[in-house]
Design a protein around this ligand. Structure first.
Ligand code: SAM
Ligand code: SF4
Length: 321
């Protein structure tokens, strides 16, 4: 079992399979980065899988494939199948922008993927184009329909931003609710890669906007999920991810692996340790030691809410959010 210095059990690994993306979201990667990680530095699926086996053997129970845009990486279904066949009981999920989902949803499901989170910040074509830098909405919505059709469980992620999509929170909630999908509103997390002008809606602002339309009760946190959940009168649950709140990190159970092989203990901070060399040498003990050290050094909490905090320099497209 992996336990950090604050007695939190770490059993959730997020794996970013690429930092590249076909969108240029304003809050994540508004411009193409100055340079990408050279392709030869990326770990192959076999190498990532070698590490994942170690992590599973050490107690990881949940794995989420993310990116950049994970569906840009060829043969992702084969990678998912490798993980699934190693441990069919693993909770295997993916986060995607949905653009390429329609063509691959069935293959992903057949490979062993059970759940998928799709990012939908708006239901307006022009606003989607403004946020993502290209005309994406039709493909994304078609991807969601196909994922539902093949039987994947789908959640929707929305980042509400002032003056951009904040007037659409009810519409995106209703869209999700009609299709039986949970929506999670994610507070915009400031980072040095995002467009400077962005102002996210904080949880309290969101709740007061939602309270104009619905009555709901506060359910608190559900297990280790980062979402604070609320239940509406008709039983529908929605979540808010509130990294600026003081208690957000108390139950954190996750670490992140980048496509280059860096293990990252916290989304906010720059610290990371590489497992790439150990994996390439097939040094299982060495990689397991790095894993344990990363867990040991996991910070108590992020500094998004901190008064003297600097803007995080961590790129979301690199860590996978
Ligand atoms: N490309 C995929 C996608 O967009 O769903 C997966 C990677 S993306 C980095 C993972 C999640 O992080 C998405 O739901 C996205 O909305 C969220 N995200 C990215 N930048 C963010 C930021 N600055 N603040 C809050 N959430 C962010
Ligand atoms: Fe790409 Fe996802 Fe970042 Fe948007 S949020 S730029 S889709 S990685």
């Amino acid at each position: 079992m992996l336990i950090d210095s604050y007695n939190r059990v770490v059993d959730y690994l997020r794996v970013s399979v690429t930092e590249r993306c076909n969108f240029r979201c304003q809050y994540c990667m508004p411009e193409k980065p100055f340079s990408w990680v050279p392709k030869e530095n990326l770990l192959s699926f076999e190498e990532l899988f070698e590490f994942i086996k170690i992590a599973i053997d050490e107690g990881v129970k949940k794995i989420r494939i993310t990116g950049g845009e994970p569906l840009l990486r060829e043969d992702l279904d084969k990678f998912i199948k490798m993980i699934y066949e190693y441990k069919p009981t693993i909770d295997l999920a993916m986060t995607t922008n949905g653009y390429l989902l329609k063509g691959v949803a069935q293959r992903l499901k057949d490979a062993g993927l059970s759940r998928i989170n799709v990012s939908i910040d708006t239901l307006k074509r022009d606003v989607a184009q403004e946020i993502a830098g290209k005309d994406v909405l039709e493909n994304v919505l078609a991807g969601v329909e196909e994922a539902l059709r093949v039987g994947l469980k789908v959640k929707i992620n929305m980042v509400p931003m002032k003056g951009i999509n904040s007037q659409e929170i009810v519409d995106v909630l209703e869209y999700s609710k009609e299709r039986g999908m949970t929506i999670r509103f994610i507070e915009y997390m400031e980072n040095s890669h995002a467009k400077k002008e962005i102002k996210g809606l904080k949880s309290k602002e969101l709740l007061s906007l939602l309270a104009k339309h619905y009555r709901f009760s506060d359910d608190g946190f559900d297990g280790h999920s980062p979402s604070h959940y609320y239940t509406m009168e008709d039983g529908y649950k929605f979540g808010i991810i509130e990294p600026y709140e003081d208690d957000f990190c108390q139950k954190c159970n996750r670490i992140r692996l980048t496509a280059e092989g860096y293990l990252i203990p916290c989304l906010y901070f720059d610290e990371a340790m590489s497992i790439a060399e150990a994996i390439k040498r097939r040094d299982i003990k060495g990689a397991a030691l790095v894993l344990k050290e990363v867990v040991r050094t996991k910070p108590e909490k992020n500094r998004w809410g901190g008064e003297d905090a600097e803007v995080s320099k961590r790129a979301f497209y690199e860590t996978g959010g």
